[in-house]
Ligand binder design. Structure first.
Ligand code: UT7
Length: 330
């Protein structure tokens, strides 16, 4: 059977740095609150003219360059995002056009913080079945355009950031490849983390007599999300270990979705592993939803934290709820 491997990664974040201090000038919060509750020191916010597509495009060019591949060899594009430039079609269609990739299949995946692993899993299946050879997989968000940046929205405003990460997934006969992916969803929790509108449910459109502005911004039940995250992350990491007959001691690095440093600490605690095998860059970028894992993976590679032959695990949890893991032999 065919296998697939990641042959190149890249990321891009907007220039506009927003520190905790900047936020506390505008809303009722503090550097101390944000750092102790989340580990975040600063994040990037895309300025008005920068869109999710712009970030995705730049991250893709970096991944293509690092992979050393001719872009014309790419035969599919998958983009994970919840903040596409347009309601429809997806960012993937804009990327296909901007990269000059003549009529190849391109689609978006809306699985929030798990969207990069969901997309990676889909890419892996297409390669395993022989239907594709080189797939561009992207996680990208300019989501801070959607959030309420007043004190009312402070629980969310301080956590989230913008950015994009991209990977080129290629068919391989190598001993290094994506070993497994496991995907989950529990839709009964939709309302614990969602943006209700715009949508097609009653009252979720811009009708004069029915317009509720609060519906048009993300809302989160932070404590519930936190509780579920610290349960599901270890579960899905263990699922990957059991499936691949690996022990946690075989894992060089766990790259979790960067939701909250305290969540990562709690996961390490539950799994009885040292925090030095749990990658974190949340202090610099906050929670970038679908972009957080590919950004973290790119930085981990650049920092020499992953070398050929290492086993790593990617893991995510977020809105839906969705959660997922990928085990990779690098
Ligand atoms: O990507 C996956 C999705 N997201 C997550 O994984 C996030 C999961 N949840 C969390 O990370 C945490 O729940 C938060 C960081 C969002 C909040 O931390 P918490 O320790 O659960 O705080 P809390 O929501 O229980 O709020 C504690 C207090 C409240 O005040 P009272 O009611 O105790 O007076 C909040 O109003 O902190 C207040 N608060 C703030 N204070 C200053 C909430 N947000 C802020 C803020 N600055 N930004």
């Amino acid at each position: 059977m065919n296998s697939s491997k990641i042959i190149g990664m890249g990321f891009y974040v907007p220039d506009n740095v927003i520190t905790n201090e900047d936020l506390s000038q505008k809303i009722d919060t503090s550097d101390e609150w944000i750092q102790t509750r989340s580990g975040i020191k600063e994040r990037r916010w895309a300025s008005e003219e920068i869109t999710t597509f712009d970030l995705a495009h730049k991250a893709s060019l970096n991944a293509i360059s690092n992979a050393g591949i001719d872009p014309q060899d790419i035969d599919m594009i998958i983009v994970g995002t919840l903040s596409s430039d347009y309601f429809f079609p997806g960012v993937s269609a804009q990327l296909q056009e901007s990269l000059n990739l003549n009529t190849i299949g391109a689609f978006d995946i809306k699985a929030a913080c798990s969207a990069f692993i969901y997309s990676l899993s889909i890419a892996d299946q297409f390669i395993k079945t022989g239907m594709a050879k080189n797939i561009l997989v992207v996680g990208a968000e300019a989501q801070t355009k959607l959030i309420d940046k007043s004190t009312k929205g402070r629980d969310i405003a301080v956590l989230f950031g913008d950015g994009a990460g991209a990977a080129i997934i290629q068919k391989t006969n190598d001993k290094s490849f994506i070993l497994s992916t496991h995907l989950h969803c529990e839709g009964k929790n939709i309302k614990n983390l969602w943006m209700e509108a715009p949508g097609t449910s009653p009252g979720s459109w811009f009708e004069n007599n029915n317009f509720v502005p609060e519906r048009f911004t993300p809302a989160m039940n932070g404590r519930e999300v936190f509780k579920n995250a610290v349960k599901r992350f270890p579960e899905v990491i263990n699922e990957a270990l059991v499936y691949n007959k690996l022990s946690i001691k075989d894992i060089k690095l766990i790259i979790p979705h960067q939701a909250n440093f305290r969540i990562s600490q709690a996961v390490a605690n539950r799994m009885n592993v040292d925090m030095n095998i749990v990658y974190s860059n949340i202090h610099k970028y906050g929670n970038t939803t679908a972009a957080s894992i590919p950004i973290a993976l790119t930085e981990a590679i650049e920092e020499g934290r992953i070398i050929k032959g290492d086993h790593i695990i990617l893991a995510a949890f977020g809105a839906g709820y969705t959660w997922a893991s990928a085990a990779i032999k690098w």
